[in-house]
Design a protein around this ligand. Structure first.
Ligand code: ASP
Ligand code: MG
Length: 421
């Protein structure tokens, strides 16, 4: 039996008909290597944004069911056009939407999770020698309601299909050449990584590097599907391979540096230092589906029996968070709430920092040498994040990238051969 490769092409890769023809060439090239090929595509260019705008012109609060009906049409266009382009280039191909495949999701509109993927119909087409072009981003509930997986969800569609079909690899084709040690727009001598682990990629995604949808990386990790991020426009370039940390050789403590400007900090002052205070506060936020990232509770002053609790949220959740805090005021009895929206979260990520003491100290020393004040700190096994003033974010990234040996020419010597997957 042939092995299966899943290829995913994002909106910029299928933005116009010439680009769709180019994608068809990339698909045929993979097929000619002797693989069975499944292709997952996003909507053309900015289609999803344009459709969203149309809906907002009708009403500021469209129902999420109708939004899913609307947005799912975008991918319907690109699958049909790509199947036509493949056929026109002499390649047997068929397009399928999520309903035809059986991509079953939860009954939640606009951010559903995939529960199950039926593979029979896909396999029939593959056995027939066809390339199967599948609509990303969309799903169907058990009672035939159309759902979508959340913005950027086509990555997740592709990876879930690769997992369900036992594909040997999932290639995410995009307009960048891979995953970089940091954003090349901030640090021009950023290096493309040959490899990175799922764990590091997840931390980087949560730290603000927008290369892949985090849920796609989680799914790939769960199925242990090797992922490749590569350029649609430079097909000879192998991009970055994402795989299990066990398969990697860790040369450096830090793999990447990320900067996230999407959050703001909230400080709730003088709440009671009692069991249950934090639970009330964060239950209130969780019940409204507001994700909290960093949390700091200050040392309680015994004389006052109060605490300050500071946390960060996405900027878009500010209005809702304020409403909740207002509602909880009688219970929390806080004195004041401060909002700081000029922060940046700077993170260093690397599986190689496990069991290597001194990495955090080196990060703090580097920031101090630039006279950058740290407002909050959080750590995981493979990540250290510092909240700093937004105006100094790029200085911080640049300096950390350099001190941890990620600038281009310093990393060159550790590049090895790519493993054959
Ligand atoms: N078309 C959808 C979006 O723009 C899904 C995707 O591109 O992954 O969010
Ligand atoms: Mg997209």
């Amino acid at each position: 039996m042939k092995e299966i490769v899943v290829q995913k092409f994002g909106g910029t890769s299928v933005a116009d008909t010439d680009k769709i023809k180019n994608v068809a060439r990339a698909v045929i090239r993979e097929k000619n290597l002797g693989n069975d090929v499944i292709v997952v595509v996003s909507a053309m260019g900015h289609t999803t944004d344009i459709l969203t705008k149309l809906a907002k012109e009708i009403t500021p609060n469209p129902s999420s069911r109708e939004m899913d009906m609307l947005l799912s049409t975008g991918e319907g266009v690109s699958i049909a056009l790509l199947a036509m382009a493949l056929q026109a280039q002499g390649c047997k191909a068929v397009s399928m939407n999520a309903m035809q495949v059986g991509i079953i999701t939860e009954k939640i509109h606009s951010k559903a999770r995939i529960l199950e993927i039926k593979t029979e119909r896909i396999r029939e087409h593959l056995d027939n020698g066809e390339v199967v072009v599948i609509a990303g981003f969309q799903g169907i509930t058990e009672d035939f309601e159309i759902t979508t997986l959340g913005r950027g969800g086509s990555d997740t569609s592709a990876v879930a299909l690769a997992g369900a079909l036992g594909a040997k690899r999932c290639d995410i084709y995009t307009d960048v050449e891979g995953v970089y040690t940091t954003d090349p727009r901030i640090v021009p001598c950023a290096t493309r990584l040959e490899q990175i682990s799922y764990e590091e990629m997840l931390e980087l995604a949560h730290a603000g590097a927008n290369v892949l949808h985090p849920r796609a990386v989680e799914t790939a990790k769960q199925y242990q599907t090797p992922l490749r991020v590569r350029s649609t426009f430079k097909l000879d370039n192998l991009g970055t391979l994402i795989l299990g940390v066990e398969q990697m050789e860790l040369h450096k403590p830090v793999t990447g540096v990320a900067s996230d400007l999407s959050q703001l900090r909230i400080v709730v002052c003088d709440v009671k230092d009692n069991p249950g205070t934090a639970a009330v506060l964060f239950d209130g936020l969780a019940n409204e589906n507001i994700s909290v990232d960093m949390i700091i509770q200050s040392y309680a002053r015994k004389d006052l029996n109060t605490n300050d609790i500071a946390f960060t949220i996405d900027k878009n959740d500010l209005a809702r968070t304020k409403t909740i805090l207002e509602k909880l005021k009688p219970e929390l009895e806080y004195s004041n709430v401060f909002v700081d929206d000029t922060i940046a979260k700077i993170s260093i990520v690397g599986a190689g920092m496990i069991d290597r003491p001194g990495i955090a100290a080196k990060m703090f020393r580097t920031l101090a040498s630039l006279d950058i004040n740290i407002k909050m700190i959080s750590t995981s096994e493979i990540k250290i994040s510092c909240l700093v003033d937004q105006a100094r974010a790029n200085d911080a990234v640049e300096a950390l990238h350099k001190i941890f040996g990620l600038d281009c020419d310093e990393i060159a010597e550790v590049k090895g051969d790519l493993p054959d997957v």
